[in-house]
Design a protein around this ligand. Structure first.
Ligand SMILES: NC(=O)c1ccc[n+]([C@@H]2O[C@H](COP(=O)([O-])OP(=O)(O)OC[C@H]3O[C@@H](n4cnc5c(N)ncnc54)[C@H](O)[C@@H]3O)[C@@H](O)[C@H]2O)c1
Length: 329
């Protein structure tokens, strides 16, 4: 059993804690949240104890941490956990500053602890099947990747303000998927963005509707389409096109029932949002982290994957600002 401590008992923290409590490889020992009632509620629901950061990290029985607190706390917690010798699973993004991300990666490496980043979409069953088809050569030589990612509605302004903006907060998942599927590093990023959904997002200097084009060294192309709005539910689709054919992963629906009448064919919506859509992927992510801790498997997605996805997001922000294609560094 891996004795684990979780930081953050908010929206995604509640779900992770419940998954950890039910998982045979883990014992959720502590829940830490600066908002004490949130920590208490999650601890009571999962049989864990409430602790402070210092108490939890000082306990030698704790072998791992899951960081699901607000983004601006991740780097401090990674550094403290690495110094205490704990294996780390951290939600995306690692941090919004690349210098800070580099420091976290260096410290985790020095401490010899695994650092995995919560890019949960790599663990989705349909996306995994598409990736396997690609690797088996079923579509031949890869040429184009298309990623569609639209949220059912925009988050509150308070979230946008500290999120780092659409490219670093939301599209970062798609940058990771793009690298995972392309099999080569993008060398050029071109971004376009508008505020068409929520004027307050524009006033905060962010966009809510965005397109990015990535080009790799060999010329493979990827387009990413993101919106903070989708009237028909959380829209998550992938398509890869190559010399021999095409593979695509369509939206998962609440049921496979279709009803046909004189107005046409009608089907169910996709699940509402990420917690519902990726429920199985979040559990599979925990399976992989357990294998990293118990069997020494290298974490994938790793801290380096987190750093590279952030580099693409930074390049997209720069491209939006300048109107030019930007090489990620
Ligand atoms: N992988 C995904 O699909 C996914 C989805 C949503 C959010 N996230 C990421 O998860 C993180 C949390 O997002 P959320 O939507 O749950 O936010 P949230 O605001 O609902 O919850 C964050 C929690 O962290 C707590 N917190 C703040 N500082 C803390 C500290 N120093 N120590 C312990 N707890 C602290 C807050 O009190 C709050 O309860 C963010 O980094 C976000 O980017 C990932």
């Amino acid at each position: 059993m891996i004795e684990i401590c979780q930081f953050g008992a908010g929206r995604i923290g509640r779900m992770h804690a419940e998954n950890l409590a039910r998982h045979p490889a883990y014992r959720l020992r502590y829940v830490v949240d600066v908002h004490e009632p949130a920590a208490r509620a999650v601890a009571e629901a999962t049989g864990a104890a409430v602790a402070s950061t210092e108490q939890a990290l000082a306990d030698p029985a704790v072998g791992a941490v899951l960081i699901a607190s607000s983004t601006d706390t991740h780097a401090d917690l990674i550094e403290a956990a690495a110094r205490a010798g704990k294996a780390i699973l951290c939600e995306k993004p690692i941090d919004l500053s690349r210098a800070r991300v580099d420091a976290c990666l260096a410290l985790a490496h020095e401490a010899g602890v695994p650092l995995m980043v919560g890019f949960n979409r790599r663990f989705d069953g349909n996306f995994g099947a598409l990736k396997r088809a690609l690797e088996e050569g079923r579509i031949g030589r890869l040429e184009l990747v298309s990623i569609t990612s639209r949220d059912p509605g925009p988050p509150p302004a308070a979230y946008i303000e500290v999120s780092g903006g659409l490219y670093r907060d939301m599209m970062i998942h798609d940058f990771d998927l793009a690298r995972w599927l392309l099999g080569e590093e993008p060398v050029e990023v071109f971004a376009a963005g508008s505020c068409l959904v929520e004027p307050e997002i524009g006033r905060l200097g962010d966009v809510d509707t965005a397109l990015v084009i990535l080009r790799t060294g060999s010329g493979r192309l990827c387009q990413i389409s993101c919106s903070r709005r989708a009237s028909y539910g959380y829209d998550q689709r992938l398509e890869v096109h190559g010399s021999k054919g095409m593979a695509r992963a369509e939206n998962v629906r609440l049921s496979s029932v279709e009803i046909a009448d004189e107005a046409g064919w009608h089907g169910e919506k996709p699940p509402h949002f990420f917690i519902e859509r990726y429920a199985a992927a979040y559990r599979a992510e925990l399976d992989h982290f357990a294998a990293c801790v118990q069997e020494g498997k290298p974490p994938s997605p790793s801290g380096e994957d987190g750093r590279r996805a952030l580099a693409l997001a930074d390049a997209a922000v720069e491209s939006l600002r300048t109107g030019r294609a930007v090489a990620p560094v």
